[in-house]
Design a protein around this ligand. Sequence first.
Ligand code: COA
Length: 209
Amino acid sequence: MTPPVIEELTQEFGVRLWKARLDDSGDLTHLLDPAERERAARFRQPRHSHRFTAARGALRLILGALTGQAPGALRFHYSETGKPSLTGGPHFNLSHSGGLAVCAVSAQGPLGVDIEHIRANTDQERIAARYFAPDECAQAVGAGHFFRVWTLREAILKATGLGVAGMARLRDQTVAGRAEVEFNGTIWRMAEFEPEPGYAGALALARDH
Ligand SMILES: CC(C)(COP(=O)(O)OP(=O)(O)OC[C@H]1O[C@@H](n2cnc3c(N)ncnc32)[C@H](O)[C@@H]1OP(=O)(O)O)[C@@H](O)C(=O)NCCC(=O)NCCS
């Protein structure tokens, strides 16, 4: 069985980032708990089921190595909005897009990571007008900038655990080019990274915790 190729990316302010290519991975179903296996079985397309399983498997392999626990024995807890966590830490967050997953891990505090495969998206203008700060709209459309701004926003929303439900509340904050963004009572340290060519990636970490 081929495990996924897991590669460590550069660290951003002490947060460790790993990427895994999901389509190259063997079947990691044996690492998943019953609820995860149920989720994997609900995907209509086998490719999506395989990617979910590979991403969760890679996440378990990384967290298992860091905590010294068996990957399959890790028990995730979930917030009301579905953010997974581990009792006793470390803090972590996962994002996948297309055939790639990125896992971010920190001992310091809550964090969120988002990656997006950069693609032609005819809705860019509409989405930017609805969710981006006015000064970000014009520059955000085209040339991959849309996905930079989108991933920065999603990283903050995933760090808070709010998810996309918080998108409208974040609208008035400019995020592009900011080292820190204040939102939901917390100052978030921001970083952008390129997990691989053709992808945008962003990370948000609680500054004071
Ligand atoms: C989290 C969310 C923003 C993900 O967006 P996405 O860009 O499609 O997906 P990503 O790949 O970047 O992230 C998904 C991963 O983030 C993690 N995640 C799930 N919910 C999360 C949340 N609320 N906050 C942070 N991370 C979350 C999970 O690990 C998930 O992957 P997995 O389930 O395959 O392990 C979106 O699904 C969301 O808003 N969820 C919240 C839904 C909600 O509010 N539910 C209310 C109860 S009904």
